[in-house]
Design a protein around this ligand. Structure first.
Ligand code: TRP
Length: 336
């Protein structure tokens, strides 16, 4: 009985363009683990997206395998899910070209992430950075994904995906499933420790702004103790205390406690014990993952067996969709 055929399809990916943060872990990976039994999940390491801005080849190589190791160490089972590296499935690049020819310059010019990034990178804006959302459209549509778990910052790209898919379907007849965004419940968005109104990001210039999944315990403790709070001195969840709110979120997600429980626990106390507890919760959560990552990264053969198998499975599905696209567009099929 092919049970997987009835499961809804999930696709998501992370760029190996920097070290992964606690935000990636709590906002994405921890949720992905919960989805693996219920859905047919494709979790990709999007190395082709990463090169839209300059990457040092040896760092890209190391990080790609590290991200794969982090997926597995975080509990994403490579037997239940399809874990693969984007560049191993050439259908992504081919489909992206076909979809580029069905996307308007105007649509891409409106992407806020492009506007932000192109400001940051000044004169070195590659055509790839502009076209990047179309590659993401290809990623998603090739697998006929039903749901795409993403942070709010990617929602606009998902709307583009839906628009392009609908346009293609209307022009060439029904080809793609129209995917839905799957934004995790409120609480999973982890903010910058120094500027808690901004999302925690590995691209921040100040390392105290973020916690890396691979940060050693003493670094985590130091960063949490330096996290910006306020002068009110009460552990309460509200928008006037964004720093405290963020630390409460972190504690709540890791410990599985409600915000009310946390407020109660720290009633009448300042921030000292609270911050200590937050730091220990993070250390307790990440330390076992770090150990596993270190073991996995050292086991190149095992990793290779995972990404090889992943690429095979992914290619089978992706190529099927790609052939369909090519045929509808009017390309001459050739048997292979
Ligand atoms: N653009 C996404 C990000 O930067 C990563 C990504 C690439 C992705 N392709 C995807 C996410 C497909 C979800 C689905 O976060």
């Amino acid at each position: 009985m092919e049970q997987t055929e009835q499961k809804k399809v999930i696709f998501s990916g992370i760029q190996p363009s920097g070290e992964l943060t606690l935000g990636n872990y709590l906002g994405a990976l921890k949720n992905w683990v919960k989805l693996q039994d219920q859905y047919d999940c494709y979790y990709c390491i999007v190395d082709m997206h990463a090169i839209t801005v300059k990457q040092e080849p040896k760092d890209l190589r190391r990080r790609t395998l590290e991200v794969l190791s982090i997926y597995i160490a975080a509990g994403i089972d490579p037997e239940k899910n399809t874990l693969f590296i984007q560049s191993h499935v050439p259908a992504h690049a081919e489909a992206a070209w076909l979809l580029n020819c069905n996307t308007y310059m105007g649509e891409l010019s409106r992407m806020t992430q492009f506007k932000d990034k192109s400001q940051r990178y000044g004169n070195n804006i590659s055509a790839g950075l502009f076209n990047y959302p179309v590659l993401m459209v290809a990623d998603i549509l090739l697998y006929q994904a039903d749901l795409v778990p993403v942070g709010v910052d990617q929602k606009q790209h998902l709307e583009l995906t839906r628009d392009v898919a609908e346009r293609f379907n209307n022009t060439y007849s029904e080809t793609f499933k129209i995917p839905e965004p799957y934004i995790p419940e409120a609480g999973a968005k982890i903010m910058d420790l120094q500027e808690p109104t901004k999302k925690m990001s590995k691209s921040s210039d100040n390392p105290n702004s973020y916690i890396l999944i691979m940060d050693p315990p003493e670094v985590i403790r130091k960063k949490v103790s330096r996290a910006v709070t306020d002068s009110l001195g009460v552990v309460k969840y509200n928008d006037e205390q964004p720093g405290v709110k963020n630390l409460m979120t972190i504690l709540s997600v890791i410990k599985g406690k409600t915000i009310q429980e946390i407020e109660k626990e720290y009633e009448g106390q300042g921030y000292a014990q609270f911050k200590k507890d937050v730091a220990e919760a993070i250390v307790g959560e990440l330390e076992p993952i770090q150990k596993k990552v270190k073991d996995l990264v050292a086991n190149k053969e095992y990793l290779e067996s995972i990404y090889k198998k992943g690429a095979e499975k992914a290619s089978y599905v992706a190529n099927k969709t790609l052939r369909k696209m090519q045929k509808k567009i009017g390309f001459i099929p050739v048997s292979r």
